[in-house]
Design a protein around this ligand. Structure first.
Ligand code: SDX
Length: 425
Protein backbone atom coordinates (compact mmCIF):
# COMPACT_ATOMS: atom_id res chain seq x y z
CA UNK A 1 0.00 0.00 0.00
CA UNK A 2 1.52 3.35 -1.05
CA UNK A 3 1.69 6.14 1.49
CA UNK A 4 -0.32 8.55 -0.66
CA UNK A 5 -3.54 8.47 -2.70
CA UNK A 6 -3.86 10.49 -5.90
CA UNK A 7 -6.99 12.60 -6.43
CA UNK A 8 -7.62 14.39 -9.73
CA UNK A 9 -10.21 17.22 -9.53
CA UNK A 10 -10.83 19.76 -12.30
CA UNK A 11 -7.64 18.61 -13.95
CA UNK A 12 -5.62 19.30 -10.80
CA UNK A 13 -3.77 16.37 -9.22
CA UNK A 14 -3.54 16.08 -5.45
CA UNK A 15 -1.55 13.59 -3.41
CA UNK A 16 -3.35 12.74 -0.14
CA UNK A 17 -1.52 11.03 2.73
CA UNK A 18 -2.57 7.45 3.55
CA UNK A 19 -2.79 6.33 7.19
CA UNK A 20 -2.45 2.60 8.00
CA UNK A 21 -3.62 1.39 11.41
CA UNK A 22 -2.00 -1.27 13.64
CA UNK A 23 -4.38 -3.89 12.20
CA UNK A 24 -3.76 -2.82 8.60
CA UNK A 25 -6.86 -0.62 8.17
CA UNK A 26 -6.28 2.03 5.51
CA UNK A 27 -7.51 5.64 5.71
CA UNK A 28 -7.02 8.51 3.27
CA UNK A 29 -6.24 11.66 5.23
CA UNK A 30 -8.33 14.46 3.65
CA UNK A 31 -7.68 17.06 6.36
CA UNK A 32 -5.97 19.33 3.79
CA UNK A 33 -8.49 18.70 0.98
CA UNK A 34 -10.63 21.86 1.28
CA UNK A 35 -7.74 24.32 1.74
CA UNK A 36 -6.06 22.83 -1.37
CA UNK A 37 -9.11 22.28 -3.61
CA UNK A 38 -12.07 24.12 -2.12
CA UNK A 39 -13.93 20.81 -2.26
CA UNK A 40 -15.13 18.63 0.63
CA UNK A 41 -16.08 14.96 0.69
CA UNK A 42 -19.71 13.95 1.20
CA UNK A 43 -20.52 10.84 3.26
CA UNK A 44 -24.00 11.04 4.92
CA UNK A 45 -24.05 8.97 8.18
CA UNK A 46 -20.26 8.72 7.92
CA UNK A 47 -20.37 5.08 6.74
CA UNK A 48 -17.04 5.53 4.91
CA UNK A 49 -15.49 8.20 7.13
CA UNK A 50 -13.09 7.83 10.03
CA UNK A 51 -13.53 10.52 12.68
CA UNK A 52 -10.31 9.77 14.54
CA UNK A 53 -7.52 7.31 15.21
CA UNK A 54 -8.24 5.32 18.38
CA UNK A 55 -6.37 2.66 20.39
CA UNK A 56 -9.34 1.49 22.45
CA UNK A 57 -11.38 -1.06 20.44
CA UNK A 58 -10.77 -2.95 17.22
CA UNK A 59 -13.60 -4.42 15.15
CA UNK A 60 -13.13 -6.54 12.03
CA UNK A 61 -16.69 -6.59 10.68
CA UNK A 62 -15.98 -9.03 7.88
CA UNK A 63 -14.54 -11.65 10.27
CA UNK A 64 -16.62 -10.99 13.37
CA UNK A 65 -13.68 -9.88 15.50
CA UNK A 66 -14.05 -7.56 18.51
CA UNK A 67 -11.15 -6.71 20.85
CA UNK A 68 -10.88 -4.23 23.72
CA UNK A 69 -7.28 -2.95 23.94
CA UNK A 70 -6.19 -6.11 22.06
CA UNK A 71 -8.03 -8.62 24.25
CA UNK A 72 -10.64 -10.76 22.45
CA UNK A 73 -14.22 -10.17 23.58
CA UNK A 74 -14.77 -13.89 24.29
CA UNK A 75 -11.76 -14.01 26.66
CA UNK A 76 -12.97 -10.93 28.50
CA UNK A 77 -16.59 -12.13 28.68
CA UNK A 78 -15.48 -15.52 30.06
CA UNK A 79 -12.65 -14.52 32.39
CA UNK A 80 -12.78 -10.82 33.36
CA UNK A 81 -14.89 -8.87 35.83
CA UNK A 82 -16.71 -5.76 34.64
CA UNK A 83 -14.62 -3.44 36.87
CA UNK A 84 -11.46 -4.96 35.35
CA UNK A 85 -12.82 -4.24 31.86
CA UNK A 86 -13.62 -0.67 32.94
CA UNK A 87 -9.99 -0.23 34.02
CA UNK A 88 -8.74 -1.86 30.80
CA UNK A 89 -10.80 0.35 28.48
CA UNK A 90 -10.18 3.60 30.36
CA UNK A 91 -6.51 3.20 31.35
CA UNK A 92 -5.34 0.85 28.60
CA UNK A 93 -4.40 -2.26 30.63
CA UNK A 94 -5.81 -4.87 32.96
CA UNK A 95 -5.19 -3.86 36.61
CA UNK A 96 -2.70 -5.68 38.80
CA UNK A 97 -4.20 -7.27 41.91
CA UNK A 98 -3.44 -4.23 44.14
CA UNK A 99 -4.73 -1.88 41.42
CA UNK A 100 -7.88 -3.96 41.05
CA UNK A 101 -8.59 -3.88 44.78
CA UNK A 102 -7.94 -0.13 44.96
CA UNK A 103 -10.17 0.53 41.90
CA UNK A 104 -12.95 -1.59 43.40
CA UNK A 105 -12.65 0.11 46.79
CA UNK A 106 -12.95 3.53 45.16
CA UNK A 107 -16.01 2.40 43.18
CA UNK A 108 -17.56 1.15 46.42
CA UNK A 109 -16.81 4.32 48.38
CA UNK A 110 -18.43 6.52 45.71
CA UNK A 111 -21.63 4.54 45.18
CA UNK A 112 -23.84 6.93 47.15
CA UNK A 113 -25.35 9.98 45.47
CA UNK A 114 -25.80 13.33 47.25
CA UNK A 115 -28.99 13.10 49.30
CA UNK A 116 -30.31 16.25 47.58
CA UNK A 117 -30.29 14.36 44.26
CA UNK A 118 -33.02 12.08 45.57
CA UNK A 119 -35.37 15.07 45.42
CA UNK A 120 -34.90 15.20 41.63
CA UNK A 121 -36.77 11.90 41.35
CA UNK A 122 -39.89 13.48 42.84
CA UNK A 123 -40.13 15.72 39.78
CA UNK A 124 -40.29 12.89 37.24
CA UNK A 125 -43.66 11.50 36.15
CA UNK A 126 -44.15 7.95 37.53
CA UNK A 127 -44.29 6.76 33.94
CA UNK A 128 -41.01 8.46 32.98
CA UNK A 129 -38.79 6.15 30.91
CA UNK A 130 -35.67 5.32 32.95
CA UNK A 131 -33.46 6.51 30.08
CA UNK A 132 -34.68 10.10 30.45
CA UNK A 133 -34.02 9.87 34.19
CA UNK A 134 -30.55 8.40 33.68
CA UNK A 135 -29.55 11.08 31.18
CA UNK A 136 -30.89 13.91 33.35
CA UNK A 137 -29.29 12.57 36.54
CA UNK A 138 -25.90 11.97 34.92
CA UNK A 139 -25.89 15.54 33.57
CA UNK A 140 -26.88 16.73 37.06
CA UNK A 141 -23.76 15.15 38.58
CA UNK A 142 -21.88 18.10 37.06
CA UNK A 143 -23.84 20.38 39.40
CA UNK A 144 -22.21 18.60 42.34
CA UNK A 145 -18.79 17.81 40.86
CA UNK A 146 -17.88 20.69 38.54
CA UNK A 147 -14.13 20.31 38.80
CA UNK A 148 -12.34 18.63 35.89
CA UNK A 149 -8.99 20.32 35.32
CA UNK A 150 -6.33 18.06 36.85
CA UNK A 151 -5.90 14.36 36.00
CA UNK A 152 -6.67 13.60 39.64
CA UNK A 153 -9.99 15.46 39.42
CA UNK A 154 -10.82 13.68 36.16
CA UNK A 155 -9.93 10.26 37.59
CA UNK A 156 -12.18 10.98 40.58
CA UNK A 157 -15.07 12.04 38.31
CA UNK A 158 -14.59 8.83 36.31
CA UNK A 159 -14.92 6.83 39.52
CA UNK A 160 -17.94 8.90 40.58
CA UNK A 161 -19.68 8.33 37.24
CA UNK A 162 -19.03 4.57 37.16
CA UNK A 163 -20.07 4.21 40.81
CA UNK A 164 -23.11 6.49 40.86
CA UNK A 165 -24.68 5.67 37.48
CA UNK A 166 -25.69 2.19 38.70
CA UNK A 167 -27.17 3.73 41.87
CA UNK A 168 -29.14 6.25 39.83
CA UNK A 169 -30.32 3.49 37.47
CA UNK A 170 -31.52 1.34 40.38
CA UNK A 171 -33.22 4.35 42.00
CA UNK A 172 -35.07 5.05 38.74
CA UNK A 173 -36.37 1.46 38.76
CA UNK A 174 -37.44 1.69 42.40
CA UNK A 175 -39.24 4.96 41.62
CA UNK A 176 -41.09 3.32 38.72
CA UNK A 177 -42.46 0.56 40.98
CA UNK A 178 -43.10 2.81 43.98
CA UNK A 179 -40.65 1.02 46.25
CA UNK A 180 -38.18 2.73 48.61
CA UNK A 181 -34.66 3.34 47.35
CA UNK A 182 -32.16 0.75 48.61
CA UNK A 183 -28.70 2.00 49.56
CA UNK A 184 -25.51 0.23 48.50
CA UNK A 185 -23.71 -2.07 50.96
CA UNK A 186 -19.96 -1.51 51.14
CA UNK A 187 -19.36 -5.21 51.77
CA UNK A 188 -20.74 -6.12 48.36
CA UNK A 189 -19.07 -5.98 44.95
CA UNK A 190 -20.04 -3.60 42.14
CA UNK A 191 -22.52 -5.99 40.52
CA UNK A 192 -23.86 -7.37 43.81
CA UNK A 193 -24.60 -3.81 44.90
CA UNK A 194 -26.47 -3.07 41.70
CA UNK A 195 -28.58 -6.23 42.13
CA UNK A 196 -29.19 -5.34 45.80
CA UNK A 197 -30.32 -1.81 44.90
CA UNK A 198 -32.54 -3.14 42.12
CA UNK A 199 -34.18 -6.11 43.79
CA UNK A 200 -33.56 -5.73 47.52
CA UNK A 201 -36.35 -4.57 49.86
CA UNK A 202 -35.89 -3.05 53.36
CA UNK A 203 -37.68 -5.86 55.15
CA UNK A 204 -35.63 -8.74 53.73
CA UNK A 205 -32.01 -9.86 53.42
CA UNK A 206 -31.13 -9.97 49.73
CA UNK A 207 -29.10 -12.94 48.55
CA UNK A 208 -27.36 -12.59 45.18
CA UNK A 209 -27.83 -15.57 42.86
CA UNK A 210 -24.33 -16.34 41.48
CA UNK A 211 -25.82 -17.33 38.11
CA UNK A 212 -27.51 -13.93 37.86
CA UNK A 213 -24.33 -12.13 38.91
CA UNK A 214 -22.27 -14.00 36.32
CA UNK A 215 -24.83 -13.32 33.57
CA UNK A 216 -24.92 -9.61 34.45
CA UNK A 217 -21.12 -9.47 34.44
CA UNK A 218 -21.04 -10.97 30.94
CA UNK A 219 -23.80 -8.66 29.67
CA UNK A 220 -22.04 -5.50 30.88
CA UNK A 221 -18.68 -6.59 29.46
CA UNK A 222 -20.20 -7.38 26.07
CA UNK A 223 -21.69 -3.88 25.91
CA UNK A 224 -18.66 -2.02 27.27
CA UNK A 225 -17.36 -0.51 24.02
CA UNK A 226 -17.79 -0.66 20.28
CA UNK A 227 -15.50 2.02 18.74
CA UNK A 228 -17.22 4.90 16.90
CA UNK A 229 -20.91 3.89 17.19
CA UNK A 230 -23.64 6.53 17.25
CA UNK A 231 -23.60 7.20 21.00
CA UNK A 232 -19.81 7.12 21.36
CA UNK A 233 -19.50 9.54 18.45
CA UNK A 234 -21.99 11.73 20.30
CA UNK A 235 -19.89 11.63 23.48
CA UNK A 236 -16.75 12.51 21.51
CA UNK A 237 -18.53 15.29 19.63
CA UNK A 238 -19.90 16.88 22.81
CA UNK A 239 -16.57 16.42 24.57
CA UNK A 240 -14.69 18.00 21.66
CA UNK A 241 -16.29 21.32 22.58
CA UNK A 242 -14.74 21.08 26.06
CA UNK A 243 -17.94 19.92 27.79
CA UNK A 244 -17.35 18.02 31.02
CA UNK A 245 -17.49 14.23 31.34
CA UNK A 246 -20.98 14.13 32.86
CA UNK A 247 -22.52 16.37 30.16
CA UNK A 248 -20.79 14.42 27.38
CA UNK A 249 -21.94 11.04 28.69
CA UNK A 250 -25.45 12.33 29.33
CA UNK A 251 -25.63 13.17 25.61
CA UNK A 252 -24.41 9.63 24.85
CA UNK A 253 -27.26 8.20 26.92
CA UNK A 254 -29.75 10.13 24.79
CA UNK A 255 -28.12 8.95 21.56
CA UNK A 256 -28.17 5.33 22.75
CA UNK A 257 -31.92 5.50 23.45
CA UNK A 258 -32.93 5.41 19.77
CA UNK A 259 -34.52 2.12 18.59
CA UNK A 260 -31.95 1.78 15.80
CA UNK A 261 -29.18 1.84 18.43
CA UNK A 262 -29.34 0.79 22.09
CA UNK A 263 -33.12 1.05 22.19
CA UNK A 264 -33.22 -2.01 19.92
CA UNK A 265 -32.93 -4.45 22.86
CA UNK A 266 -36.29 -3.24 24.19
CA UNK A 267 -37.75 -3.21 20.66
CA UNK A 268 -36.62 -6.82 20.07
CA UNK A 269 -38.58 -8.15 23.06
CA UNK A 270 -41.62 -6.11 22.06
CA UNK A 271 -41.32 -7.53 18.52
CA UNK A 272 -40.94 -11.12 19.79
CA UNK A 273 -44.04 -10.64 21.95
CA UNK A 274 -46.00 -9.47 18.88
CA UNK A 275 -44.82 -12.50 16.88
CA UNK A 276 -45.70 -14.84 19.76
CA UNK A 277 -49.21 -13.38 20.03
CA UNK A 278 -49.54 -13.74 16.26
CA UNK A 279 -49.12 -17.52 16.46
CA UNK A 280 -45.33 -17.36 16.00
CA UNK A 281 -45.86 -16.78 12.31
CA UNK A 282 -42.16 -16.09 11.63
CA UNK A 283 -42.35 -16.06 7.84
CA UNK A 284 -45.02 -13.35 7.96
CA UNK A 285 -42.61 -10.99 9.76
CA UNK A 286 -39.66 -11.95 7.62
CA UNK A 287 -41.82 -11.18 4.58
CA UNK A 288 -42.88 -7.87 6.16
CA UNK A 289 -39.27 -6.71 6.20
CA UNK A 290 -39.10 -7.33 2.46
CA UNK A 291 -42.19 -5.40 1.49
CA UNK A 292 -41.21 -1.93 0.29
CA UNK A 293 -44.48 -0.34 1.40
CA UNK A 294 -43.94 -1.41 5.02
CA UNK A 295 -41.36 0.28 7.19
CA UNK A 296 -40.85 -2.89 9.24
CA UNK A 297 -37.40 -4.02 10.35
CA UNK A 298 -36.49 -7.15 12.24
CA UNK A 299 -35.17 -5.49 15.38
CA UNK A 300 -31.91 -6.97 16.59
CA UNK A 301 -30.83 -7.79 13.04
CA UNK A 302 -28.26 -6.03 10.89
CA UNK A 303 -25.24 -3.91 11.67
CA UNK A 304 -23.28 -1.13 10.00
CA UNK A 305 -19.97 -2.85 10.65
CA UNK A 306 -20.56 -6.61 11.11
CA UNK A 307 -21.22 -8.16 7.71
CA UNK A 308 -20.73 -11.73 8.81
CA UNK A 309 -21.75 -12.14 12.43
CA UNK A 310 -21.68 -10.09 15.65
CA UNK A 311 -19.49 -12.10 18.05
CA UNK A 312 -21.44 -10.67 20.97
CA UNK A 313 -24.69 -12.14 19.64
CA UNK A 314 -23.10 -15.60 19.49
CA UNK A 315 -21.84 -15.33 23.08
CA UNK A 316 -25.23 -14.05 24.28
CA UNK A 317 -27.13 -16.83 22.48
CA UNK A 318 -25.01 -19.45 24.26
CA UNK A 319 -25.30 -17.62 27.58
CA UNK A 320 -29.09 -17.42 27.23
CA UNK A 321 -29.32 -21.21 26.95
CA UNK A 322 -27.02 -21.72 29.96
CA UNK A 323 -28.52 -19.07 32.23
CA UNK A 324 -32.15 -19.98 31.56
CA UNK A 325 -31.34 -23.65 32.19
CA UNK A 326 -29.43 -22.79 35.42
CA UNK A 327 -32.27 -20.60 36.61
CA UNK A 328 -34.93 -23.08 35.50
CA UNK A 329 -36.53 -20.36 33.37
CA UNK A 330 -38.52 -21.48 30.34
CA UNK A 331 -38.98 -18.33 28.24
CA UNK A 332 -40.90 -18.98 25.00
CA UNK A 333 -39.35 -15.81 23.56
CA UNK A 334 -35.94 -17.52 23.44
CA UNK A 335 -37.32 -20.29 21.25
CA UNK A 336 -39.11 -17.72 19.11
CA UNK A 337 -35.87 -15.74 18.72
CA UNK A 338 -33.96 -18.86 17.66
CA UNK A 339 -36.64 -19.89 15.14
CA UNK A 340 -36.82 -16.34 13.78
CA UNK A 341 -33.04 -16.35 13.31
CA UNK A 342 -33.23 -19.67 11.45
CA UNK A 343 -36.01 -18.48 9.13
CA UNK A 344 -34.37 -15.10 8.46
CA UNK A 345 -30.90 -16.51 7.79
CA UNK A 346 -32.37 -18.91 5.23
CA UNK A 347 -33.99 -16.03 3.36
CA UNK A 348 -32.16 -14.46 0.40
CA UNK A 349 -33.19 -10.91 1.47
CA UNK A 350 -31.16 -11.29 4.65
CA UNK A 351 -28.34 -13.23 3.05
CA UNK A 352 -27.88 -10.67 0.25
CA UNK A 353 -27.80 -7.82 2.78
CA UNK A 354 -25.58 -9.58 5.32
CA UNK A 355 -28.21 -9.21 8.02
CA UNK A 356 -27.36 -11.26 11.10
CA UNK A 357 -28.40 -11.02 14.75
CA UNK A 358 -26.59 -8.21 16.55
CA UNK A 359 -25.85 -7.65 20.23
CA UNK A 360 -29.45 -6.58 20.90
CA UNK A 361 -31.13 -9.71 19.54
CA UNK A 362 -30.54 -12.08 22.46
CA UNK A 363 -29.64 -9.66 25.25
CA UNK A 364 -33.29 -8.95 26.14
CA UNK A 365 -34.02 -12.64 26.80
CA UNK A 366 -31.14 -12.67 29.27
CA UNK A 367 -32.18 -9.45 30.96
CA UNK A 368 -35.69 -10.92 31.39
CA UNK A 369 -34.28 -14.11 32.87
CA UNK A 370 -32.37 -12.18 35.55
CA UNK A 371 -35.41 -10.06 36.38
CA UNK A 372 -34.66 -6.79 34.60
CA UNK A 373 -37.90 -5.15 33.35
CA UNK A 374 -38.13 -4.37 29.62
CA UNK A 375 -38.00 -0.59 29.92
CA UNK A 376 -34.70 -0.93 31.83
CA UNK A 377 -32.99 -2.87 29.03
CA UNK A 378 -31.47 0.19 27.37
CA UNK A 379 -30.40 1.50 30.78
CA UNK A 380 -28.49 -1.78 31.18
CA UNK A 381 -26.88 -1.17 27.79
CA UNK A 382 -25.89 2.31 28.99
CA UNK A 383 -24.40 0.97 32.26
CA UNK A 384 -22.34 -1.48 30.20
CA UNK A 385 -21.25 1.21 27.71
CA UNK A 386 -20.16 3.70 30.37
CA UNK A 387 -16.47 2.65 30.40
CA UNK A 388 -16.35 2.85 26.61
CA UNK A 389 -17.84 6.34 26.54
CA UNK A 390 -15.45 7.43 29.31
CA UNK A 391 -12.44 5.90 27.54
CA UNK A 392 -13.21 7.69 24.28
CA UNK A 393 -13.90 11.03 26.03
CA UNK A 394 -10.56 10.71 27.84
CA UNK A 395 -8.61 9.52 24.78
CA UNK A 396 -9.88 12.49 22.77
CA UNK A 397 -9.13 14.91 25.62
CA UNK A 398 -5.58 13.55 25.88
CA UNK A 399 -4.91 13.61 22.12
CA UNK A 400 -2.76 16.63 21.24
CA UNK A 401 -4.21 18.80 18.48
CA UNK A 402 -7.82 17.66 18.99
CA UNK A 403 -10.17 20.25 17.51
CA UNK A 404 -13.90 20.80 18.02
CA UNK A 405 -15.96 18.44 15.84
CA UNK A 406 -17.58 20.50 13.11
CA UNK A 407 -18.42 18.74 9.80
CA UNK A 408 -19.12 20.76 6.65
CA UNK A 409 -22.10 20.39 4.26
CA UNK A 410 -23.14 20.83 0.65
CA UNK A 411 -25.83 23.53 0.59
CA UNK A 412 -28.85 22.56 -1.53
CA UNK A 413 -31.27 25.37 -0.64
CA UNK A 414 -32.44 28.60 -2.32
CA UNK A 415 -29.88 30.91 -3.89
CA UNK A 416 -29.80 34.61 -2.87
CA UNK A 417 -33.20 36.28 -3.22
CA UNK A 418 -34.61 39.76 -2.44
CA UNK A 419 -36.74 40.47 0.64
CA UNK A 420 -40.53 40.23 -0.01
CA UNK A 421 -42.78 42.58 2.01
CA UNK A 422 -45.73 40.90 3.74
CA UNK A 423 -48.39 42.42 1.44
CA UNK A 424 -46.57 41.02 -1.63
CA UNK A 425 -46.23 37.38 -0.43
C1 SDX B 1 -26.37 -1.31 18.05
O1 SDX B 1 -22.71 0.88 15.54
C2 SDX B 1 -22.62 0.06 16.54
O2 SDX B 1 -21.57 -0.48 16.84
C3 SDX B 1 -23.90 -0.15 17.32
C4 SDX B 1 -23.88 -1.23 18.39
C5 SDX B 1 -22.96 -0.88 19.53
O3 SDX B 1 -22.48 -1.80 20.20
O4 SDX B 1 -22.81 0.35 19.82
O5 SDX B 1 -23.47 -2.46 17.83
C6 SDX B 1 -25.27 -1.40 19.03
O6 SDX B 1 -26.90 -0.25 17.84
C7 SDX B 1 -26.78 -2.55 17.28
C8 SDX B 1 -27.89 -2.27 16.20
C9 SDX B 1 -29.24 -2.29 16.89
N1 SDX B 1 -30.31 -1.88 15.97
C10 SDX B 1 -31.19 -2.74 15.46
O7 SDX B 1 -31.19 -3.96 15.69
C11 SDX B 1 -32.28 -2.08 14.62
C12 SDX B 1 -32.48 -2.90 13.32
N2 SDX B 1 -31.30 -2.77 12.51
C13 SDX B 1 -31.30 -1.76 11.45
O8 SDX B 1 -32.00 -0.60 11.76
C14 SDX B 1 -29.93 -1.58 10.81
O9 SDX B 1 -29.46 -2.83 10.52
C15 SDX B 1 -28.85 -0.82 11.57
C16 SDX B 1 -29.34 0.49 12.10
C17 SDX B 1 -28.31 -1.64 12.68
C18 SDX B 1 -27.72 -0.57 10.56
O10 SDX B 1 -28.21 0.31 9.62
P1 SDX B 1 -27.38 0.64 8.29
O11 SDX B 1 -25.96 0.23 8.40
O12 SDX B 1 -27.68 2.06 7.91
O13 SDX B 1 -27.99 -0.35 7.25
P2 SDX B 1 -29.21 0.03 6.30
O14 SDX B 1 -30.35 0.54 7.10
O15 SDX B 1 -28.67 0.87 5.19
O16 SDX B 1 -29.63 -1.40 5.72
C19 SDX B 1 -29.06 -1.93 4.55
C20 SDX B 1 -30.20 -2.75 3.93
C21 SDX B 1 -31.47 -1.94 3.69
O17 SDX B 1 -32.18 -2.60 2.64
P3 SDX B 1 -32.13 -1.97 1.13
O18 SDX B 1 -32.47 -0.50 1.27
O19 SDX B 1 -30.71 -2.20 0.67
O20 SDX B 1 -33.15 -2.76 0.34
O21 SDX B 1 -30.60 -3.79 4.88
C22 SDX B 1 -31.94 -3.56 5.27
C23 SDX B 1 -32.28 -2.11 4.95
O22 SDX B 1 -33.68 -1.97 4.73
N3 SDX B 1 -31.99 -3.80 6.72
C24 SDX B 1 -32.96 -4.45 7.35
C25 SDX B 1 -32.56 -4.48 8.70
N4 SDX B 1 -31.40 -3.84 8.84
C26 SDX B 1 -31.05 -3.42 7.61
N5 SDX B 1 -34.11 -5.03 6.91
C27 SDX B 1 -34.88 -5.64 7.84
N6 SDX B 1 -34.56 -5.69 9.14
C28 SDX B 1 -33.42 -5.13 9.61
N7 SDX B 1 -33.12 -5.20 10.90
Amino acid sequence: MGNTAKLVLDGKELQLPVVVGSEGEVGIDISKLRPQTGAITLDPSFANTGACESAITFIDGENGILRYRGYDIADLANHATFPEVCHLLIYGRLPTRPEREEFRMRLTMHSLVHEDMKKFFEGFAPSAHPMVILSAMIASLSAYYPEQETQEEIDLNIIRLLAKAKTLAAFSYKKSIGQPFIYPDNERTYLENFLLMMFGVPCETYEVNPVVRSALNKLLILHADHEQNCSTTTVRTVGSGGANLFASVSAGVCALWGPLHGGANQAVIEMLEVIRKDGSNFQKYVDLTKSKDQDFKLMGFGHRVYKNFDPRARILKEAADEVLADLGVDDPLLDIAKRLEEVALADSFFIERNLYPNVDFYSGVLYRAIGIPTDMFTVMFALGRLPGWIAHWLEQRNTPGTRISRPRQIYSGEQARAWVPLEER
